[in-house]
Design a protein around this ligand. Structure first.
Ligand code: DLL
Length: 433
């Protein structure tokens, strides 16, 4: 553990620390952020609680609050105290800007050092950081954490995939950091270069920034012969470093000394019973630049019950299946692309590349999953293809209880991603078919 004094704190002690930090946060935002002052006043709450339970009366913060304050309206410190700006990816509308003070960057580096240490990293490791550097928080977030832990850090960023493979081989990379979809592309590229990914010295990967399935994990682990660890975070709350798996791979430990996590029913906004699925809500306890109070992430997950064998006492978040915005409702059934992925990757003959294509047929929405066949399946054998297509449809129908049309496409026809993969292609506005 990087900071065992926090990571394995007794619950009572942790809650006392959370309460103390929470009161500091509430006072700060009430004094410095007009949006919070107005919201607290409207809800009739004063910025001081005597127990964590009382916090449930506080109003939520949503992405639109941050958008309304664009760019700096939600900052809790003057700009002169901000030393770094990042922004969210803006996949669902206008981007939001997030600012960090020097102390925020220090905390972030610690939390990312925890993350890499939990994946098995030590100062002896060579970390190849293939997350994109730039406004995206993945690159610099992992970078400072790897350096804080004392790893030799390769700031290669995403892209130029052949070079990624060459660097892994020549520099002796032991830990790979990138999105899980990019890890698959690196493996594919290595094979094309005549290099077996399993022959590379990489022993672990810290993968996140997008939903992925257990079967994708198994595939990455099999191809590289490594341990693949799930790491989670979001720009509005910090970036990577909010929660991460340890080597038990049984849920992502939330850094609860810095964040309060709640799971709420997205309709009623009431807390769900412990262990049930709902929308993940975070409060930042220590952030200075742009703290958030009860921020609704739109990510869906649950708290994994029980204790972890690793000795960390923090609560664990189950792997995030996706955001409520990405959820498809197909004939009344809720489906996340990552659930389709889980089914596809269990079927021999299909490659780990797929896209859900939404189009319009007359007045109806039409959903079709495009799936690449593996290069070893002959694309000319109609019978083989028909059998494979039938199997994919049948397995999706049996696991997800919904019939979705499936189209098999040729190897390499689905666009590869060097960062966050685009799993849903929405052609409805283009009036196709
Ligand atoms: O993706 C931060 C990050 C960078 C996390 C590198 C992990 C590694 P944003 O660009 O703001 O920040 O996107 C945040 O991505 O709300 C989730 O919907 C999704 N996401 C992030 N990590 C995971 C994960 C970064 N491990 C949004 N599993 C979040 C599933 C994830 N979804």
């Amino acid at each position: 553990m990087f900071q065992p004094e926090y990571e394995s704190m007794q619950r009572e002690q942790l809650e006392a620390l959370q309460l103390e930090r929470l009161n500091g946060l509430l006072a700060r935002v009430y004094e410095h952020v007009p949006t919070y002052r107005a919201k607290f006043d409207a809800a009739g709450v004063t910025p001081r609680v005597s127990s964590l339970d009382e916090f449930a009366a506080f109003p939520f913060t949503v992405k639109d609050d941050l958008r309304a304050g664009y760019p700096y309206g939600m900052f809790a410190v003057p700009l002169r105290d901000i030393v770094r700006l990042h922004s969210s990816s803006g996949t669902t509308g206008q981007v939001t800007v997030v600012g960090y003070t020097a102390a925020d960057l220090d905390t972030w580096a610690d939390l990312m050092a925890r993350t890499i240490a939990a994946a098995g990293g030590t100062p002896d490791d060579i970390v190849q950081n293939s997350y994109g550097y730039g406004l995206f928080t993945g690159g610099l977030g992992v970078h400072y954490g790897a350096e804080r832990l004392g790893c030799a850090t390769i700031p290669i960023s995403g892209g130029n995939t052949k070079r990624q493979v060459q660097v892994m081989k020549d520099f002796g990379t032991t830990i790979l950091a990138c999105t899980p979809s990019y890890a698959l592309l690196i493996a594919e590229t290595a094979r094309e270069m005549g290099i077996d990914p399993a022959s590379l010295p990489v022993k672990a990967g810290v993968f996140g920034a997008e939903p992925w399935s257990e079967n994708t994990r198994a595939e990455i682990e099999r191809q590289f012969g490594m341990t693949a660890i799930d790491i989670y975070g979001l720009s509005e709350v910090l970036g990577p470093g909010v929660a991460a798996e340890c080597q038990c791979k049984c849920g992502l430990h939330v850094n609860e000394d810095h964040f309060i996590i709640e799971i709420v029913d997205p309709e009623t906004l009431r807390p769900v019973p412990e262990g049930e699925r709902g929308e993940v809500v975070f409060t930042t306890l220590t952030k200075q630049g742009i703290p958030v109070v009860r921020y609704r992430t739109r990510d869906i997950s649950r708290i994994v019950p029980g204790e972890c064998a690793c000795g960390r006492t923090s609560r664990r978040l189950e792997r995030v299946t996706g955001r409520s915005d990405d959820m498809l409702i197909i004939r009344g059934v809720n489906v996340f692309p990552s659930q389709i992925e889980q089914v596809l990757l269990g079927i021999p003959g299909v490659a780990p590349y797929y896209q859900v294509v939404l189009s319009r047929r007359g007045s109806m929405d039409h959903v079709e999953v495009h799936v690449e066949v593996s290069p070893d399946v002959s694309f000319d054998e109609i019978k083989t293809l028909e059998r494979l297509r039938g199997r994919v449809s049948a397995e999706i129908a049996s696991v997800l209880a919904v019939n979705i049309s499936v189209k098999l496409v040729e190897p390499k026809s689905i666009q590869r991603s060097e960062g966050k993969a685009k799993r849903v292609l929405d052609l409805r506005a283009e009036g196709s078919e």
